[in-house]
Design a protein around this ligand. Structure first.
Ligand code: IPM
Ligand code: MG
Length: 385
C-alpha cells in the first residue's frame, strides 16, 4: 500500500472507532430477563466437534428447563448455517440470514467454529466468534476457572470487543514491507468491563480485583485501561484492587504459593485470550472451560477452545469432552436468572469432573463418550434432587 492510501485507510479506521464509541454511549441498560414473557435460546452447533458437544449441552439444558419449555417460558431455536463451508460460500464471517436468526434470540449457546488462517485453503474471512462478539456488542468475556483442591476460584473478565481484536482484520502493509496492526481502548469500553468485574466481585463476596495490562510498555491504550479500571475500583471501597503486568501474571499463575490469592481478574482482549487458555489448562485442559460473552442486549455462551478438526478427521468426535459447553450452560442459566438450575448443574459437574466419582474423558476410546458423560451429569443432578 502506498503511504497516502494508508493515511486514508487510517482515517477510516479512526472514524469507525469514534462511531463505535458513540454507539456505546447511546446504549440502554442490560435486558431484564425476569420481565420477558418468554426467553428464546438459540443453538448453533458450529464446526468440527462443535455439533457433538453442543448437542450434548442442549440435551442437558432441555432436561433442566423441561418445565419451563412445557409452560412456554423458554423456547429453543436451532440455528444452522454457521459452518465454515457456508461462511466460506457466502464470503462472510456470519451470513446475513444467520445473523438475523441470532438477533431473534435472547441468548445463544454456540459450539466452536473454525477460524480460517493463512494457507489453510479457506477464504480469509474474519473469525465467527470475533464477528459475533462485535455485531452483538458482547463486550464481556467471562471465563471462570477453578481447582477446588487448591482453593483456586478465578473469574477472568476479558474485554471482548476492543484491544487488538477491534481492527484485527484491518491492519495495513506499506509497499516497502512495513506492516501495522492497531489496538484500541475506549473510555466507554473500559469502564463497562471494569464495572461488570467489580459488580460481580461485590455480588459474589470476592474482595480482590486484579487489573492486568502491559501499561509499562503499551502506554497509551493499556495505560488508559489500567487508569480507568483503577478509577472504577475506587467506587468499591471493600474490594482491594491490585495490578499486574501480563508477563509476571502468567508466571504467578503457575506459582502454587501465590496463585490461590487471585480472585477476579480484568484484562484487555488479547491478554485475556492467552491467559484464559493457560488457566483452563491448569483446571484440566481447555476442553473443560466455558465462557460467557455478555452484552447489554444479547449474550452468547461457548467453549473457550476451537473446533478440533483433527478429532473429527481421526473419527474421535464422539469422545469429545462436553465439559466446556456444559460449563457454558451453567453461565447461561445463571445469566437468564435460572440460578437454581445453574447451581444444580455446576454442582453435578464438579462431582463428575473433580471428585473420586469423576468420569474420565480422554478424547479417545480409552475414556467415556460425550453422550455417556451427558447422561452421567443428568443422573447426578437427579440424584441430588
Ligand atoms: C477464544 C478463541 C478466539 C479468540 C479465536 C477462535 C478467534 O481463541 O474464544 O478465546 O481469539 O477470541
Ligand atoms: Mg482463545
Amino acid at each position: 500500500m502506498e503511504i497516502n492510501t494508508a493515511v486514508e485507510h487510517f482515517k477510516k479506521v479512526l472514524e469507525s472507532q469514534e462511531r463505535r464509541a458513540a454507539e456505546m454511549r447511546a446504549q440502554g441498560d442490560f435486558v431484564d430477563y425476569a420481565r420477558l414473557p418468554k426467553i428464546v435460546i438459540g443453538i448453533c452447533g458450529g464446526d468440527g466437534i462443535g455439533p457433538v458437544i453442543t448437542q450434548e449441552a442442549e440435551r442437558v439444558l432441555r432436561f433442566l428447563l423441561a418445565d419451563e419449555v412445557a409452560a412456554g417460558k423458554v423456547e429453543f431455536k436451532e440455528i444452522g448455517g454457521l459452518t465454515i463451508e457456508n461462511r466460506a460460500a457466502c464470503g462472510k464471517a456470519i451470513p446475513d440470514d444467520v445473523m438475523a436468526e441470532l438477533k431473534a434470540c435472547h441468548v445463544i449457546l454456540k459450539g466452536p467454529t473454525t477460524t480460517p488462517r493463512a494457507g489453510d485453503g479457506w477464504p480469509n474471512i474474519e473469525s465467527a466468534n470475533v464477528a459475533m462478539r462485535k455485531a452483538l456488542d458482547l463486550f464481556a468475556n467471562v471465563r471462570p476457572v477453578k481447582i477446588p483442591e487448591e482453593g483456586i476460584d478465578w473469574t477472568f473478565f476479558r474485554e471482548n470487543t476492543e484491544g487488538g481484536y477491534a481492527l484485527g482484520s484491518q491492519g495495513l502493509e506499506l509497499d516497502d514491507g512495513v506492516a501495522f496492526d492497531f489496538t484500541v481502548t475506549t473510555t466507554e469500553g473500559t469502564q463497562r468491563i471494569a464495572e461488570l468485574a467489580y459488580d460481580y466481585a461485590k455480588k459474589n463476596g470476592k474482595n480482590r480485583v486484579s487489573i492486568i495490562t502491559k501499561a509499562n510498555v503499551i502506554k497509551t491504550t493499556d495505560g488508559k485501561f489500567l487508569k480507568l479500571c483503577q478509577e472504577v475500583g475506587k467506587r468499591y471501597p471493600d474490594i482491594v484492587t491490585d495490578d499486574w503486568y501480563i508477563d509476571i501474571l502468567t508466571a504467578k499463575l503457575i506459582d502454587k504459593q501465590r496463585r490461590g490469592d487471585f480472585q477476579v481478574l480484568v484484562l484487555p482482549n488479547l491478554y485475556g485470550d492467552i491467559v484464559t487458555d493457560e488457566a483452563a489448562e491448569m483446571q484440566g485442559g481447555v476442553g473443560t472451560a466455558g465462557s460467557a460473552n455478555i452484552g447489554k442486549k444479547y449474550a452468547m455462551f461457548e467453549a473457550i477452545h476451537g473446533s478440533a478438526p483433527r478429532m473429527v478427521a481421526e473419527g474421535r468426535a464422539k469422545y469429545a469432552d462436553p465439559c466446556s459447553m456444559l460449563r457454558a450452560t451453567v453461565l447461561l442459566l445463571s445469566h437468564i436468572g435460572r440460578q437454581k438450575q445453574a447451581d444444580a448443574l455446576e454442582k453435578a459437574l464438579d462431582t463428575c469432573m473433580f471428585t473420586e466419582k469423576r468420569l474420565t474423558i480422554t478424547g479417545r476410546d480409552t475414556g467415556c463418550t460425550c453422550e455417556e458423560f451427558g447422561d452421567y451429569v443428568m443422573a447426578t443432578v437427579k440424584a441430588a434432587e
